[in-house]
Design a protein around this ligand. Structure first.
Ligand code: MOS
Length: 723
């Protein structure tokens, strides 16, 4: 089904099942430890061997020699894979550095060997008996010192609109400030893990991956085997946040280890390896210049961002939202990329907007103060109905002002004192902060197979993944709504590359795109059922496990025969050329800063979101609250500390890389504006999973400023910075 005109009324609008706060179908499995994760697939392989990855001990250079003799003689060792014996390997399309180093080492903890043994402990012990001699080269590890060598990044905003320089120079009120955001790690609960098994020349990988079809392609490319010889299976995933968008060393090395050992091999990246072996969100330095007239209308908006990555890598696109969020005739955006020899940078939850808004939304707070305007009012005054850099292009939906006003009302914003450090309670300074949230709504082609079973139940199969977001549930809701059956009559099977290719989980496109694919397949199934019943498909009503038309009614089970199976996909035309599709929100935060110790506590927070139809208010709320918690970590804790001499992230485990948890924030709430977006898909839905992390860290920073009077522009805002 091609989606190229705005959606009209369709069966989803009935909202008998869709739009209801159903519990997650996979919830009991996950919370009782019975969801089979990749490393635990004892049901499919009886006798797997264990692989242990040895990471490089240098950040840049060459392997001079690897002596495997001691390791090979260790108890239980079955095979040792290195670049020297692995055969030719290509780099995957989605990898910047190779997943197996040698002889070149591109980054610290890049895999140099996989030891396969009968037990995990034997593999680990043997790995420590591999003797590697390195020739170390000099590398660049400090963003600030390579900043001046950065060049405009391809495909990223490097645009001008109007005459920024003149408008900024002429503005009666202006701000020119620099902000920094650190390197961050996804730190998902489930480490990257895979079990690989070969049957002849065909490979099956049970793994933990957000984008099954990308992964399948990259495994095939890396190993130089046909794509149809690779099967990826990833039905349950313990978090991804972008770190599992791409196959990593666990998958490729498990495949190589299994081939060499002639046994199924399971490989988990041990936690201390993940931070340097896999991807991370790159640090940024951002310069923001804002100019406004005395009425608080922005006349000049400049946003420059610097980040670094390995050669051939990409930037953190922190300037993206600045093209679209506020009105203003004159704009300058620059996204600059330098070469750094730190581990590979890549997408982490809301790449671009999350760190971009960490800077922009502090700048907006600073500017409001200069203008003596309320920060909510300042944002409202600079709302726009159209893409400011392409003024003939409207937003499909844009309810930023409603988000700000609703949030201000519900949060009790009127009690905020404009004068910082003016509210004290028991030694604590109390303040409130606000920030806008913005994240684009991307859409991706997505397919599904739907079957009406003999007993009238429905089965959906798609390679879509559920990374903890609720995909199983909203897909079941979609099929139940379309076919008029109760939710418990729908079975959903996900995360297997033998199923139709879906959008996968990334960029907050998964919920809308994958359910739209299921919608398309269900439209086809309704037609097939109607044909069997001799009904006109357009006139049919599907409800209560029956199909009705023209006063007649048939039971779905009676029509099913041996089962009716159809497959279809949704593909998107160029509506996104006519309309800018984005999601919006407003974050409100109350923070307390201790007057003597500088300890910072977030007391309560509220997000108001404008994101099209909310398919399941319960799972959507969980997504937004999770994102707000993650963003609070970004504001106050998260920071990969770079060893600038040796080029690695020092705090590479969960004891030292601190993240916020829900218990850190006593009160969190989310309001979804009641809306549908007919331009987004037949579901009229958009994503929220990344919207929730956009802007929240700046709202925390602004609350800390309002509480304490200390403006911190370098994240994370640790207590030493407010003293
Ligand atoms: Mo997201 S960072 O595209 O998983």
């Amino acid at each position: 089904m091609k989606f190229d005109t705005p959606a009209t009324t369709n069966p989803i609008d009935r909202q008998r099942v869709v739009g209801k706060p159903h519990d997650r179908i996979d919830g009991p499995l996950k919370t009782t430890g019975t969801a089979p994760y990749a490393y635990e697939r004892h049901d499919v392989f009886d006798d797997p061997a264990y692989g242990f990855v040895l990471g490089a001990g240098i950040a840049k250079g060459r392997i001079k020699s690897i002596d495997l003799a001691d390791a090979k003689a260790s108890p239980g060792v079955l095979a040792i894979v290195t670049a020297a014996n692995a055969g030719p390997l290509q780099k995957g399309d989605f990898n910047t550095a190779k997943l197996l180093a040698g002889p070149e080492v591109e980054h610290y903890h890049q895999a140099v060997a996989l030891v396969v043994a009968e037990t995990f402990e034997q593999a680990r012990a043997a790995a420590h008996r591999i003797h590697v001699e390195y020739a170390r080269s000099d590398g660049q590890y400090d963003l600030a010192s390579v900043r001046d060598s950065a060049t405009p990044a391809k495909g990223a905003p490097n645009d001008r609109h109007g005459d920024f320089d003149a408008a900024f120079a002429a503005a009666p009120v202006k701000l020119d400030a620099q902000y920094t955001t650190p390197d961050q790690s996804h730190a998902m609960m489930e480490p990257h893990a895979s079990i690989a098994a070969w049957q002849g020349d065909a490979l099956t990988l049970y793994t933990s991956n957000q984008m099954i079809n990308w992964g399948k392609g990259d495994v095939a490319k890396t190993l130089g085997i046909p794509k149809d010889k690779v099967r990826l299976v990833s039905p349950y995933i313990g978090g991804g946040f972008g770190g599992k968008l791409f196959v990593r060393a666990d998958a490729v090395l498990a495949a190589l280890g299994a081939r060499m050992a002639k046994r199924p091999v399971k490989v988990m990246l041990q936690r201390p390896l993940i931070f340097n072996n896999t991807t991370h969100r790159p640090a940024t330095i951002q310069r923001i210049r804002l100019g406004a007239d005395r009425d608080g209308k922005l006349t000049a908006i400049g946003h420059e961002s610097w980040s670094g990555d390995l050669p051939g890598g990409g930037p953190e696109t922190a300037t993206g939202q600045t093209a679209l969020l506020y009105a203003g005739a004159n704009r300058k955006l620059a996204t600059l990329l330098a070469v750094l020899d730190l581990p590979e940078g890549n997408a982490m939850r809301a790449p671009g907007e999350a760190p971009g808004l960490m800077a922009l939304e502090i700048a907006m707070d600073e500017m409001a103060e200069k203008l003596a305007l309320d920060p909510v009012e300042f944002r409202v005054r600079n709302d726009t109905r159209v893409d400011p850099m392409k003024p003939d292009r409207p937003f499909s939906q844009r309810h930023l002002v409603e988000c700000l006003r609703t949030g201000a009302d519900k949060f009790g914003w009127r009690k905020r004192k404009a004068q910082p450090a003016s509210v004290r309670e028991d030694g604590w300074l109390i303040g409130m902060g606000v920030a806008s949230a913005f994240r684009n709504n991307l859409v991706q082609k997505s397919g599904a197979r739907v079957r009406l079973e003999r007993d009238g139940t429905v089965t959906v199969e798609t390679d879509m993944t559920d990374i903890g977001t609720g995909s199983y549930t909203i897909i079941a809701q979609t099929a139940a709504e379309m076919l008029g059956v109760p939710l418990d009559r729908v079975s959903v099977r996900l995360g297997d590359s033998s199923f139709p290719v879906s959008s996968g989980s990334g960029g907050q496109w998964g919920a809308n795109s994958s359910t739209a694919g299921v919608y398309a397949a269900c439209v086809k199934l309704r037609e097939a059922i109607a044909a069997k019943a001799g009904f006109d498909a357009q006139a049919c009503d599907f409800a209560g496990g029956r199909v009705r038309a023209g006063g007649e009614s048939r039971d779905l089970a009676d029509l099913a025969g041996d089962g009716i199976t159809v497959e279809d996909f949704i593909e998107f035309g160029d509506l996104d050329k006519q309309y800018q599709q984005s999601t919006f929100g407003a974050h409100f935060v109350e923070a307390a800063v201790h007057g003597h110790t500088g300890e910072i506590r977030v007391r309560r927070m509220l997000a108001v979101c404008s994101a099209g139809r909310i398919l399941n208010p319960k799972s959507a709320r969980s997504q937004v609250i999770g994102a707000m918690t993650m963003g609070t970590g970004a504001a106050l804790m998260e920071h990969l500390a770079v060893d600038k001499r040796f080029g690695y992230f020092v705090n590479h485990d969960l004891a030292q890389y601190e993240v916020a948890v829900h218990a850190d924030i006593p009160h969190q709430d989310v309001i979804f504006l009641d809306e549908t977006d007919p331009v987004s898909s037949p579901m009229k839905a958009k994503g929220v999973g990344e919207l929730g992390i956009c802007g929240i860290a700046a709202a925390v920073a602004n609350a800390v400023y309002n509480a304490s009077g200390v403006r911190v522009r370098d994240y994370p805002i640790t207590l030493d910075k407010v003293l």
